[in-house]
Design a protein. Structure first.
Ligand code: SF4
Length: 460
């Protein structure tokens, strides 16, 4: 008999909405939600087994409700996702499940790549940690081929740990089409989505850039061939999905590849609208034209800071001037833009943060995200902060939308938090901004999502 596999997004004891995208996790402050990217990718790999998905966050299940569903399915294997915002909650729940169910428990998260020993030694009910979410060796592990497995760190029967070496992997990888129909994609919500339902598609992992505050740059950039992505998009079109969120950390990393993908989408008659993450250094007129013609309408772009010294210190690889040009170019081609900013990087002052707030207004972007700087496990910034005594190596729980866990320079955590709240108010409560948003609504559905978002942001 085929093993029964459960892909689990663990409930939170507070029933708050948390997002997990494998690299990071954070609470949703603006009522947005989408299923975890790593579980979607893994669903394709395990598609030949009997697979069930429980997304307890999307369905707002309590611990007890989720437990009842798990016990009723009685899986042989549970694959769960977690991250720095929730792993304490998630492991508490899973320990309880493991005490009631004899199953193989496998975790997926970038934190496991960098701290496998900590998690395997301190949480003996974990059977394995997935270190490569694109690897078919996950299946080998489930079916019993373990000793030379390169995708999973685990505890051997004698108690010793088997930690695969981080090897060079092929730059191009293909994936079986993920089992999107098992995920509650009709519950996905985003103010950026133009149409519903929308689904997540991941076309690459890692990132070719090496920003020092970010864990993704520590992982090799690898991507799927265009034909492999088209196969997944064709299946999503058949399911009735209207909108795609390309959830790659840096979707636009290769112009050639993205232009080829846009051309193939047009040629195959794929009529999606879509949103993606983009890097300032990669965007040019030619690529924007192709992206627009294939349904692209919104780009999420990492700006991070308005201060060039801060950008250079963290190896962002962009200039403030270039950022301004690129935002103008996106607007010229009719793209809406979301600018990501980070507030409270070590070395920041009150003045650099105020500069960043001013830039957020000057860019005339449609959305802005002001994340609190977090010491992501695996990032160069974390190592520096630990060396400088700004952070304890034991600090493993944090959330970029919550109160800071560390501060550097001459700012306190309280000041960083106050400035972040000020940034949100300054950006979103401008009458001119509210007017612009209202006049650009295309449907009642879009208006409803925006009102829900505003309510969640300002009256949680
Ligand atoms: S470009 Fe984005 S994803 Fe890549 S390392 Fe920098 S912040 Fe991370």
């Amino acid at each position: 008999m085929k093993p029964k596999i459960l892909l689990l997004h663990v409930p939170h004891r507070t029933r708050k909405i948390y997002l997990h995208d494998y690299y990071t996790s954070y609470s949703s402050k603006a009522y947005y939600y989408w299923s975890p990217a790593d579980l979607i990718l893994i669903s394709g790999l395990v598609r030949d087994f009997e697979v069930k998905v429980i997304d307890a966050i999307a369905e707002r299940l309590s611990f007890a409700e989720c437990e009842a569903r798990i016990l009723s399915f009685s899986p042989d294997v549970i694959i769960f996702t977690t991250g720095t915002a929730t792993w304490d909650n998630d492991l508490l729940f899973l320990q309880r499940i493991k005490a009631k169910l004899n199953c193989l428990l496998l975790g997926s998260s970038a934190i496991f790549i960098f701290e496998p020993v900590y998690f395997l030694e301190n949480f003996p009910f974990l059977d394995g940690l997935i270190l490569d979410i694109t690897s078919p060796e996950i299946i080998d592990f489930i079916t019993g081929s373990r000793d030379d497995n390169r995708a999973i760190a685990f505890r051997r029967q004698d108690g010793s740990l088997r930690l695969p070496r981080r090897e060079e992997k092929e730059k191009v990888f293909t994936l079986p089409v993920p089992l999107h129909d098992l995920f509650p994609y009709h519950l996905n919500r985003s103010p950026l989505a133009r149409r519903k339902p929308f689904a997540l598609v991941v076309t690459s992992v890692g990132c070719p850039y090496s920003c020092r505050f970010c864990v993704v740059g520590s992982l090799k950039y690898r991507y799927r061939p265009v034909e492999n992505i088209i196969e997944e998009l064709q299946y999503l079109q058949k399911l009735g999905v209207k909108e795609i969120m390309f959830n790659d950390p840096t979707f636009t990393a290769s112009r050639k590849r993205i232009i080829a993908l846009c051309q193939a989408m047009k040629a195959k008659g794929l009529n999606f609208t879509w949103v993606a993450n983009a890097h300032v250094a990669t965007l040019n007129e030619k690529m924007l034209k192709y992206m627009k013609a294939s349904g692209g309408h919104t780009l999420m772009i990492g700006v991070e800071s308005a201060n060039q010294t801060i950008l250079d210190r963290y190896a962002k690889g962009i200039s403030v001037e270039k950022t301004k040009q690129v935002f103008r170019l996106c607007q010229k081609y009719g793209f809406r833009t979301l600018a990501y900013f980070i507030i409270g990087l070590p070395g920041e002052t009150r003045e650099t943060i105020l500069e960043t707030i001013r830039l957020s207004l000057e860019l005339d972007c449609d959305f802005a995200s002001f994340a609190i700087a977090t010491p992501d496990i695996g990032s160069a910034m974390r190592e520096e902060a630990i060396k400088q005594g700004l952070l304890s190596p034991e600090t493993r729980i944090f959330d970029s939308t919550a109160f800071p866990v560390f501060a550097g320079g001459n700012l306190s955590k309280e000041e960083i938090w106050r400035l972040r709240q000020q940034a949100i108010r300054k950006f979103y409560l401008r009458p001119s901004y509210i007017f612009k948003r209202l006049t650009r609504m295309r449907s009642w559905q879009e208006l409803k999502v925006h009102l829900e978002q505003a309510q969640a942001m300002f009256f949680p």
